[in-house]
Design a protein around this ligand. Sequence first.
Ligand code: DAH
Length: 348
Amino acid sequence: MIEQLDALLAQLDALQERALRELEAINSLAELEDWDVRYLGRHRGELKNFSTLIPKLGKAERPVIGQKINAVKEKLESALETRRQELRDRELREALERERLDVTLPGRALPAGHMHPISRTILEVARIFTRMGFQVVQGPEVETDYYNFQALNIPVDHPARDMQDTFWVVPGEILLRTQTSPMQIRVMQATRPPVRVIVPGKVFRHEAIDASHEAMFHQIEGLLVDERCTMADLKGSLARFAREMFGEDRRVRFRGSYFPFTEPSAEVDIDCILCKGSGCRLCKYSGWLEILGSGMVHPRVLREVGYDPRKYRGYAFGMGVERIAMLKYAIGEIRLFSGNDLRFLRQF
Ligand code: DAH
């Protein structure tokens, strides 16, 4: 019996030694779990096999073996825990090393979009007029005949109402606005003087398309109404605008013209930005470039919105945004603006 006991104790020592040696060689958490099952497994672990022998031993030997098994078990369990911790630390260190992040590296450049030349031109014009106290407002692109024509003193037989020029939604009643001027009426109806607004937006005309005409383009309308407002105010503000937009050395010319909703009316020209007035293809050898239409608000228009023309005066103006942009950036083809060709757009 004693020999058998000694043999068992020796086997347990050998088991412990072998297990610890193997543990040393283990290099991954997965292998570690295998080791755990093999030696300490409740089911068929090697230590468990010794426990199943206990009932077969004599009364005196049982506690000796039992204690030895427990001692080996504790030894292995604590060695397992130590090794597990070491491996975890190592894996963490390796992961930190592998996934090291250099936060000082420059970021990856994302391709950033930028503003369309038409939006940019609208913004530049708006900036100039907001500095003069104008507010920017917008209005509907689908309008009624009343706002687009009648209220602006455009009679039924006026050529601007020609079926050729207007996109009708409901013929004779509803249309795509052909100008931003209807917003003059909407703004005046909604407020009392003083009025100072500019209105950028899309307009539509049933036109033959060529290098300078599109069926959809943009305008910026301006309107000022106050108790004291004269043609001198109109000239001063629009000359200021022309010079801020096209250069301080620009010469500005006011040329008598006609619009149904202004009286008197004037078109504003600047000296040609290409030839400086000596005459070239751009200015059609006139030396001048037209940049906008303007005039003193017609008394009939004021009366139409319930403003007393004896008390209030106003001036109005309207410009084509594409035309302004073409002059400012020397672009000879209006269709480039709506063509979505990045080679063109990237230049701005
Ligand atoms: N609405 C005019 C057009 O489309 C432009 C215009 C001219 C607007 C004179 C105005 C103005 O406000 O006073 O041709």
